[in-house]
Design a protein around this ligand. Structure first.
Ligand code: XLS
Ligand code: NI
Ligand code: NI
Length: 433
């Protein structure tokens, strides 16, 4: 036991009228929606890096938080794990996610870093055995240390490629050992600053080969979880290769990996790519590569990845609606890739940020379930495409262009525009939230 969270008791569902800050007003894990408990729909995860490793720095100033586990030693790492599981217990979250660097001290050599990781993985494994929280996904931090500054798999230096391969191997081993349900690859430094020093074609080929090697190794060790790429544009490099879901799909297709790898979609990254969160989710679902989400909210003005906790359930309802339409999660979940602001110093801030985020998602999911279940929205969409149910319309898709052209003249086809009913549908959305 650490004394970091002091007397904060496990958070319980008390309903929307509760005046107790330390309660869920909307997240009732046992509430059944569409035949499934809310907890199983949402599959919440806490992100180790934001809540336990990040120290409150920004580009203008360093650490603002004080935490007893900040010493970069094995003792510090174990204390951090103790505190992390205390938070998971307080929140009742079924999952967490981590990078190697979040959980273990960096060693002087690769071998030492690997030993440190193995030791902490055993420690986390023991924690998992006696606590509720399990691993949603593991990943490698291949962006913080200066060795990664020019990329990992796309680095011009083959020794860095090798180091990246060794790093991902050790993190896949760790994820397998902890029963992780997914393995995530966010291409942190996979991108470039200037074409004047970059061989774009070669870097892309290396990234494709690397991913194939990762997939092969995952099969070899019997990893049954999903491998996920997390798209993100423009940050940290000016040009990030995994720009958005559609770009990642093109890349996967190119290397024949579209059946092996799915995506982990983050709200803030969608916004930075000039999309909405729901657009990215719907695109992934349509392409058959929807995996998991990183839940947060991005500032709409700042132009960088602000990773704030979500607090707008109306907006998130549109995202959960697309997730429900896609059939919900299989191995995926709702990972809070979100951090408290650097002035939010206290243990209470960390707990209540998650409570608010979980309540926001619960409201959003409930609204999304109504949108999905009640039918008028689905019915309106079906009606809009009803013309395609006609035999003649279907047959047209198999005909050559000139046959279709002839039919337009022969039958004097003259389409009549029909309302898209957008505002009426938005009114429905407003009604359900
Ligand atoms: C950074 C990413 C990162 C990934 C995991 O922007 O969101 O946190 O989720 O490496
Ligand atoms: Ni993320
Ligand atoms: Ni992010």
């Amino acid at each position: 036991m650490t004394d970091f969270f002091k007397s904060i008791q496990p958070i319980k569902y008390e309903g929307p009228e509760s005046t107790n800050e330390f309660s869920f007003r909307h997240y009732d894990p046992d509430e059944v929606l569409l035949g499934k408990r809310m907890e199983e729909h949402l599959r919440f995860a806490v992100a180790y890096w934001h809540s336990f490793a990040w120290q409150g720095g920004d580009p203008f100033g360093g650490q603002t938080f004080e935490r007893p586990w900040y010493a970069d030693t094995m003792e510090g790492a174990k204390l951090k794990a103790d505190a992390a599981f205390e938070l998971f217990d307080i929140l009742g979250t079924p999952f967490y996610a981590f990078h190697d660097l979040d959980a273990r001290p960096e060693g002087a050599t690769f071998a030492e870093s690997k030993r440190n990781l193995e030791e902490i993985v055993d420690y986390l494994g023991n924690k998992q055995a006696s606590h509720k929280a399990k691993l949603l996904w593991g990943t490698a931090n291949m962006f913080t240390h200066r060795r990664w500054m020019s990329g990992a798999a796309t680095n011009p230096d083959p020794e860095v490629y090798a180091y990246a391969a060794a790093t991902v191997k050790s993190c896949l081993d760790a994820t397998l050992k902890l029963g992780g349900q997914n393995y995530v690859l966010w291409g942190g430094r996979e991108g470039y600053e200037t074409l004047l020093n970059t061989d774009l074609k070669r870097e892309r080929a290396h990234a494709g080969r690397f991913l194939q090697q990762v997939v092969d190794y995952a099969h070899k060790i019997g990893f049954k979880g999903s491998i996920l790429i997390e798209p993100k544009p423009q940050e940290p490099s000016k040009h990030q290769y995994d720009y958005d879901v559609a770009t990642v799909y093109g890349f996967l297709k190119d290397f024949g990996l579209e059946k092996e790898v799915k995506v982990n979609i983050e709200q803030g990254h969608a916004i930075l790519a000039g999309h909405s969160f729901e657009h990215e989710i719907a695109t992934a679902a349509a392409l058959g590569i929807f995996g998991s989400i990183d839940m947060n909210r991005n500032d709409y003005q700042s132009g960088w990845d602000t990773d704030q906790f979500p607090n707008n359930h109306a907006e998130k309802a549109l995202a959960f609606y697309e997730i429900l339409r896609a059939g919900g999660y299989t191995t995926g979940g709702t990972n809070f890739d979100a951090k408290v602001r650097r002035q939010s110093l206290d243990a209470e801030d960390l707990v209540l940020a998650h409570v608010g985020g979980m309540d926001t998602c619960a409201r959003a999911l409930r609204a999304a379930a109504y949108m999905f279940e009640d039918g008028p929205l689905e019915a309106a969409r079906n009606a809009r495409y009803a013309g395609w149910d006609r035999e003649g319309a279907k047959a047209m898709l198999a005909q050559p262009l000139e046959v279709i052209a002839q039919a337009v003249e022969d039958n004097n086809i003259n389409p009549k525009p029909r309302s898209g009913r957008q505002e009426r549908l938005e009114n429905l959305w407003n009604h359900y939230i």
